[in-house]
Design a protein around this ligand. Structure first.
Ligand code: UDP
Ligand code: MG
Length: 169
């Protein structure tokens, strides 16, 4: 009985994160904030048609960043990455929309700015992998994990987007 309730809960919880309700975690890194790219980056996501459901300026703790980048803990750049990411304010955001995880990654460009096409954020605004100005979740599962790490449930707002019917059929 408990298993049934849990699996039903998991099903509805998951389904709330798919289709036009899919969400991704985007963070403008300390170099992006210092280089005054906050407005430009938010503008790109807004103009694309995605919906902003969470936004805050945070000085992330090393502890949070170690959890965020846990999969990379054995990489040689890990401690430098944590130092860089905790060196100043980060703009943490949650964006919502159809295929937002995949599309946001394409808007970001490749991890290494040198491999990123012009027109992408990393392709347009940075040159080195260790200062690549923005983070975006790489899958729906990582997005769920990262959103719950960076945001409390009550910091994510449900609101009616008046342009919705001009963005979706
Ligand atoms: N990074 C780095 N050196 C590398 C690879 C990655 O400094 O050789 C940093 C970079 O800031 C990157 C972050 O580690 O954005 C996370 O790496 P990941 O492979 O997850 O790239 P992303 O998902 O950010 O494109
Ligand atoms: Mg990554």
């Amino acid at each position: 009985m408990i298993a049934l309730v849990l699996s039903l809960f998991a099903f509805f919880f998951q389904s709330g994160w798919t289709g036009v309700n899919e969400r991704t975690f985007i963070a403008i890194k300390p170099d992006g904030v210092q280089r005054k790219l906050v407005g430009e980056i938010i503008r790109r996501f807004e103009k694309k048609g995605f919906k902003l459901v969470g936004l805050k300026l945070v000085k992330a703790s090393e502890d949070l960043l170690k959890q965020h980048y846990w999969d990379l803990r054995s990489r040689p750049f890990f401690s430098g990455l944590v130092t860089y990411m905790s060196s100043g304010p980060v703009v943490a955001m949650v964006w919502e929309g159809l295929e937002v995880v995949k599309t946001a990654r394409r808007m970001l460009g490749e991890t290494n700015p040198a491999d990123s096409l012009p027109g992408t954020i990393r392709g347009d605004f940075c040159v080195e992998v260790g200062r690549n100005v923005i983070h975006g979740s790489d899958s729906v599962e990582s997005a769920q994990r990262e959103i719950s790490l960076w945001f409390h449930q009550n910091e994510l707002l449900s609101w009616e987007d008046n342009s919705r019917r001009w963005i979706y059929e």
